[in-house]
Ligand binder design. Sequence first.
Ligand SMILES: [Zn+2]
Length: 288
Amino acid sequence: MPELPEVETVVRGLGKHLIGQAIKDIDIRNKDSYKTTTREIKGLKVTKISRRGKGVIINLSKNVSLLIHLKMTGQLIYMPTKEQALKKRLNFGHPTNDFTGEMPSKHTRIIFHLSGGTLYFNDQRKFGWVKLLPTEKTNEDSFIKNLGIEPFSKEFTTEFLWSVIKRRPKSNIKATLLDQSVVVGVGNIYASEILFSAGVNPHKKNNQLNKEETKRIVAGTKQVLKKGIKYSGTSILNYRTPEGSQGKMQNHLMVYSRDKLPCRTCKTIIKKTQLDSRGTYCCPKCQR
Ligand SMILES: [Zn+2]
């Protein structure tokens, strides 16, 4: 599932390509992927693209917005027209070797025909969604409303996480990090990476943690997510950038998906365990 670094990469990529373009037409190939509470989308212009948690927000003219969640397998792939590609010196017709394939694909659920290109919403498992709604209703949307704080915000401090940890003594630290109502954007991949970075065993219960470890977890969260953005996210299965390329973070992971491989720091064999029925990776020596 795309986590904060993947969604941030999508938002930055789309921002480069879509701002100022008008939506000429929309082709909805799977009705359930598109939810709308408002009027026509045709003719509206893209004014701003941002992220909240793992959600993409595309602001359009006339105070209308698209709220998008990629869930498990969603992709937003942009293909410029030939004219646009030449003007902007994009790689039209010569996608990279790892390009996701011909567009539209059999997993394309919605196609946005824009003035300078085409935006494809692909979603193999069909858990993702695109919502068209009045901009002022965005914050009231059930998805946005229930989100916790942003990890890069000033509010995400040791004191903040420590207060959550104190309130949930029986919960384990990995589950606390994954809870989107606490801090947003961390999923299964980055939770393992953050706890490695902090030197904390993911199986630890909150009441076994001290404040120094909490401080390292907060610092590790910011640092690991930043690193994920730097490498354009992790492509293990479906995730692609808006240009159709793979991210590169999978080559820089310290523990996730490195079962039975030597720890990059101490050479101890990385161990995969199940925690709340999800694969969890850690170095038994570096993470106590
Ligand atoms: Zn180690």
